[in-house]
Design a protein around this ligand. Structure first.
Ligand SMILES: Nc1ncnc2c1ncn2[C@@H]1O[C@H](COP(=O)(O)OP(=O)(O)O)[C@@H](O)[C@H]1O
Ligand SMILES: [Mg+2]
Length: 262
């Protein structure tokens, strides 16, 4: 069985890539899908969302996806159904001009025995990010509603469109998700209106508000909707469900609706 692969990418840092990758992984696993989270950023922030990083230093890391003929074995996490291919500090060394590495990673990723694979990427359009985009069925691009963030979105959309035309026809339209939205501020409202004009349906109708509960949940290695009833908790679960659906997975509408009233 081939896994559904979702890559989270945006070459700007600090926009919420790792938070989205973590929450998508938690949600897919919670819904019962056998899920592997893959951390392609040498900063290892996604790995830290699931395990104590010191405890996995000896595990085979995501670098092996690029450098080895054998896929790294995912390590288990305390979440049922969720395992992890962790990052390590040497991961950035795999970037370069050797295209063989990029396709090596795609072949190994697509061969995993899993139902869902969520890939977090570094803040560059490097070999690692491109390999994630050319392996995936869906690319999710979180962005902050700020003028400079919008400018960068055109670059990533162009890369994704090129990849779909030439290398990965199974890739759907990328979806751009507003994150860290300060509700009721005219500035964010204005920027989002402008973004919808410029990018049309590529802008996801869902969004995630700014909330301190999100970094707090990550520190405690749990999704924000567990132990929290805030607006951003509800939003993050709804957005995760909608993204999993967009990638072609079955998520019952009622499951999302029920979760919202619990
Ligand atoms: N909606 C949000 N509200 C508040 N803080 C957020 C939100 N989304 C992400 N963060 C926090 O912002 C920081 C950067 O997010 P992160 O997901 O690491 O971005 P990236 O992976 O793109 O660099 C992290 O501390 C994260 O917990
Ligand atoms: Mg990150």
């Amino acid at each position: 069985m081939t896994a559904t692969i979702i890559a989270v990418a945006n070459h700007k840092g600090g926009v919420g890539k790792t938070s989205f990758a973590a929450h998508l992984s938690f949600r897919a696993a919670e819904l019962g899908y056998r899920t592997i989270a893959v951390d392609l950023d040498a900063q290892a922030n996604l790995s830290r969302c699931f395990v104590d990083i010191d405890s996995v230093l000896d595990a085979s890391s995501a670098a092996d996806l690029f450098l080895s003929k054998t896929a790294p074995a995912p390590i288990s996490t305390s979440e049922p159904n969720l395992s992890l291919i962790p990052a390590n500090p040497g991961l950035s060394d795999v970037d370069g001009t050797d295209l063989q590495r990029l396709f090596n990673a795609r072949t190994l990723l697509q061969a995993y025995d899993a139902e869902v694979i969520i890939i977090d990427t570094p803040p560059q359009l490097s070999t690692r990010t491109i390999s994630a985009i050319c392996s995936a069925q869906l690319v999710v691009c979180p962005f902050q509603p700020e003028k400079f963030s919008l400018e960068g979105l055109t670059d990533i959309l162009t890369q994704i469109a090129t990849m779909r035309t030439n290398i990965n026809p199974g890739l759907r339209e990328a979806t751009l998700v507003p994150n860290m939205v300060a509700n009721n501020t005219p500035y964010h409202h204005e920027i989002l209106t402008e973004a919808r004009k410029a990018f049309g349906d590529s802008i996801n109708p869902n969004q995630v508000s700014r909330s301190i509960e999100i970094p707090k949940a990550q520190e405690h290695r749990r999704p924000v909707w567990r132990n929290d009833r805030s607006r951003s908790a509800t939003e993050f679960r709804a957005v995760s469900d909608s993204l999993l659906r967009l990638a072609g997975l079955h998520v019952d509408d009622q499951v999302t609706a029920l979760a919202e009233v619990v």
